[in-house]
Design a protein around this ligand. Structure first.
Ligand SMILES: CC(C)(COP(=O)(O)OP(=O)(O)OC[C@H]1O[C@@H](n2cnc3c(N)ncnc32)[C@H](O)[C@@H]1OP(=O)(O)O)[C@@H](O)C(=O)NCCC(=O)NCCS
Length: 156
């Protein structure tokens, strides 16, 4: 496991590792657009950036996880889970009531989020067809609809 040697820190949008963010969201236009209004967190292994996560406050109570990505060479070593747990705590500490995320309707990412307590609450039909110029495939299946997941924080 990489847990004990990764360090997570917040950086400015201008320092965001675009190569990593584009792996999770292939639209450079979308990424640049939400980065401007978001917080960006990175996971570092010594001096190398191996993971990144972008969270956008969309209202006082609701923040949205816009992007989370780990360098393929380091995936499945716990870095993604560490990063997700870190931003959940940071969002809670920022006094938001909930953290939302949109993801595809299939794939391991669904378990990745639900393991940390996210629940499905709605579906946006045709989201990936309407919002992306190029078709997106995962495991040979075209992504079409988006599931919206939410993690609600208990009031202190
Ligand atoms: C999603 C992502 C950030 C997870 O990061 P990670 O560092 O690989 O995740 P972790 O090592 O913490 O693994 C968490 C769980 O996800 C599973 N997982 C991660 N990648 C997987 C893969 N490619 N296939 C199957 N399961 C996978 C792990 O096996 C682990 O489950 P386990 O503990 O039961 O074994 C990373 O895989 C990634 O960058 N994917 C591409 C971009 C993306 O899809 N982002 C999310 C957009 S919604």
């Amino acid at each position: 496991m990489a847990d004990h040697i990764t360090k997570i820190e917040e950086i400015t949008a201008s320092e965001a590792p675009m190569d990593l963010l584009l792996q999770a969201d292939p639209s450079i236009k979308n990424v640049k657009n939400y980065l401007r209004q978001s917080k960006c967190f990175i996971a570092k292994l010594e001096d190398q950036i191996v993971g990144a996560c972008v969270v956008k406050p969309i209202s006082k109570n609701t923040h949205e996880l816009m992007n989370i990505s780990v360098d393929p060479k380091y995936q499945k070593t716990g870095i993604g889970r560490n990063l997700l747990q870190y931003v959940i705590i940071a969002t809670r500490e920022a006094k938001a009531r909930r953290l939302e995320v949109g993801t595809g309707t299939f794939g391991y990412q669904l378990a990745f989020y639900q393991r940390e307590g996210f629940r499905v609450y709605s579906i946006e039909k045709n989201f990936f067809l309407v919002n992306y110029e190029e078709p997106i495939y995962e495991d040979g299946i075209q992504l079409k609809d988006m599931l919206r997941l939410m993690l609600e924080f208990e009031r202190d």
